[in-house]
Design a binder for this molecule. Structure first.
Ligand SMILES: *Cc1c(COP(=O)(O)O)cnc(C)c1O
Length: 396
């Protein structure tokens, strides 16, 4: 029986707890497991190293951990995927995907903007891949015989630019499409339903939701998941079981947190757009034309992250320093509101020309809206803007 998503967020990964006679998720911290039957242990090791989801004997924690498997099962359920594979960070998850697909070729097609670290990993070619950065409409033209992957991020970090998943999937043909859906979460967008082969999350962000765990996860077919587990065993990019426990706890409130923060984000986006010192607001809830049609087609809400630009004459960094409640910090998706200037921090590693061309202006500010009272958030933004500008608001 398949439950609604509100039920899934609370129960997925916990289905067997009543049968086990416990209520809280058990945390298994074993680094090794007893192997009284050497034959069974050997067969289990063969199976796990070959990519199996589980085996009779876990043998060693780099091969399998039951607490991590609970989180993976929960995330796969929420994304409507066969399986999911968790890693020690979002970047470790992307690394595993790039390594796992190299048997098909080493060329990647990607649409900018991407998270700064993802852009940097592709641009440096550290893992032996080469990349063609193209507009979303030009994906088909960029596909080559050795293209192993198409990578898109929607909504994109940090501009909130939207990419039509189904259209990119159509252009990619037989090449698998990976959607980084970190900003949307499975509450607002499920890329596999639109034909994507893989969905990636920096679980550090909304899935954890409380700013206290670094993790990544990929949801996909059983066949791809097996390859990712093989890479994870070889590279050791593991999620720690305590992190998996925190992520399962985070998932239980994911829907409530996303919906509450989204209400706040809608209000702040509208207020910012009316403020005389604000030059532009970028938010899926405020876009028009083709971008609005994409929101309608593939998202059930505009989400909890927005970006905005101040008029010249209002100093963005001074604005950040004038905030009293909102925390200037990288990362996003926490219960509390965070703000940062991508050109100075998260996207500092991206080639400045490419950065500007993809809409990441020097003054762009990215705001990850939390679940505080919206009136307090707006009052803080307003006082900080007015403390750092030429007072157009007062003159108006
Ligand atoms: C943060 C982030 C990443 C990287 O994840 P880490 O957990 O920091 O390694 C990847 N993609 C997006 C969209 C992100 O915001």
């Amino acid at each position: 029986m398949s439950y609604h998503i509100a039920t899934q967020t609370v129960h997925a990964g916990r289905e067997d707890l009543t049968r086990l006679g416990v209520h809280a998720t058990p945390i298994d911290l074993s680094s090794t497991y007893p192997t009284p039957d050497p034959n069974l242990a050997g067969e289990s090791l063969d199976a796990l190293v070959g990519g199996a989801e589980h085996a009779a004997n876990p043998v060693y924690a780099r091969l399998y951990n039951p607490t991590v498997a609970r989180f993976e099962h929960a995330l796969a359920t929420l994304e409507g995927a066969e399986e999911a594979v968790a890693f020690g960070s979002g970047m470790a998850a992307l690394t595993a995907v790039l390594l796992a697909l190299q048997e098909h070729g080493r060329h990647i097609v990607a649409v900018r903007p991407l998270y700064g670290g993802s852009d940097h990993l592709l641009a440096t070619g550290l893992l032996g891949t080469s990349v063609s950065f193209v507009d979303a409409d030009d994906v088909a033209d960029a596909i080559r015989a050795d293209t192993a992957l198409v990578l898109i991020e929607t909504p994109a970090n940090p501009t909130l630019h939207l990419v039509d998943i189904a259209d990119v999937v159509r252009q990619a043909g037989t090449v698998p499409v990976l959607v980084d859906s970190t900003f949307a979460t499975p509450i607002l967008q499920r890329p596999l339903e639109h034909g994507a082969a893989m969905v990636l999350h920096s679980a550090t962000k909304f899935l954890g939701g409380h700013g206290d765990v670094v993790a990544g996860v990929v949801a996909c077919s059983a066949a791809l998941a097996g390859k990712l587990r093989q890479v994870r065993i070889l590279t050791g990019a593991l999620l720690h079981p305590l992190g998996a426990f925190l992520l399962l706890r985070g998932l239980a409130t994911l829907r409530l947190r996303v919906l509450a923060a989204e209400d706040n984000a809608i209000l702040l986006a509208n207020r910012l757009a009316q403020h005389p010192d604000v030059a532009a607001v970028h938010y899926p809830g405020r876009c028009r034309g083709r971008q609005a049609a994409i929101v309608h087609r593939q998202m059930s809400g505009p989400g909890c992250v927005l970006a905005f630009e101040l008029h010249p004459g209002v100093d963005a960094d001074r604005m950040l320093q004038s905030l009293r409640l909102i925390t200037p910090a990288v990362s996003l998706g926490s219960v509390d509101t965070l703000i940062q200037r991508p050109a100075a921090l998260t996207h500092r590693v991206v080639d400045p020309k490419a950065r500007a061309a993809s809409g990441v202006s020097e003054g762009l500010l990215r705001l990850s809206v939390g679940i505080e009272d919206a009136a307090d958030l707006w009052a803080d933004l307003q006082q900080a803007i007015e403390a750092s500008g030429h007072g157009m608001a007062q003159a108006a």
